[in-house]
Write a protein that binds this ligand. Sequence first.
Ligand SMILES: O=C(O)c1cc(=O)[nH]c(=O)n1[C@@H]1O[C@H](COP(=O)(O)O)[C@@H](O)[C@H]1O
Length: 271
Amino acid sequence: MTTQQLISEIKRKKSFLCIGLDVDLNKIPKYLLEKEDPIFAFNKAIIDATHHLCVAYKPNTAFYEAYGIKGWQALEKTINYLNKNHPEIYTIADAKRGDIGNTSSMYAKAFFEDLGFDSVTVAPYMGKDSVEPFLAFQDKHTILLALTSNKGAFDFQTKIVDGTELYKEVLKTSKTWENSRNLMYVVGATKAEYLAEIRNIIPDSFLLVPGVGAQGGNLQDVCKYGMTKNIGLLINSSRGIIYASQDENFAEAAAKKAEELQGQMKQILQF
Ligand SMILES: O=C(O)c1cc(=O)[nH]c(=O)n1[C@@H]1O[C@H](COP(=O)(O)O)[C@@H](O)[C@H]1O
């Protein structure tokens, strides 16, 4: 999907919500465990109940890899279900990959060609030649970790290197890479106060902003400092939406949580 198509969908749905499909078998309703594929059954119910409220879904691959071959098959069924039934929805493989060039090319093929995701999250630590193989794919986005939502972000990302914070160096340098127009960036919702300075470096790029909900990030603050004339934000919530209830009504409960966030987004988009 192109950035322009994503912007059009955000305007049409009055939503820049991304729902994280981080499926933990210990947290889903017990009766689903009897199904042939509990993970896919859970995802399908969540997608069916929430697709009109969000513009993106983000399965974090850890939650699938943890269940071996069955988990990977559930991930494949989930992306196929989305691509077939809701091709207008933007899909993010949250895999946080990045390796030497020829290995990164294989990661990119896995997520863009084999699975057919619109985007994948990538760590910048190994530099230009580890990221450019992802950027080479047309109409696919590479979402680079810039300033993450966790406490450990202060271990390296905010350290001063050659007079500037490391995460700012990541933002600046990545703009010089080939096909950098295909970049988006991760900035944690818990770091909203950093967004004004981040926007000085990347005024127009889309940001994936996780950390609203379970991690305590605030939607209004993120929008105040991070929103652009083309919105420029995808706000993710995973646990705060998908585990709203462990009863049979779990999908309805998730939709209610998604609707609360989407309602706030609709208000913000009016101004
Ligand atoms: O890349 C991410 O999506 C990500 C980056 C980051 O800085 N912080 C962060 O929480 N995430 C992911 O976003 C999701 C957040 O989940 P909840 O805290 O349950 O909403 C998880 O899949 C995390 O792995």
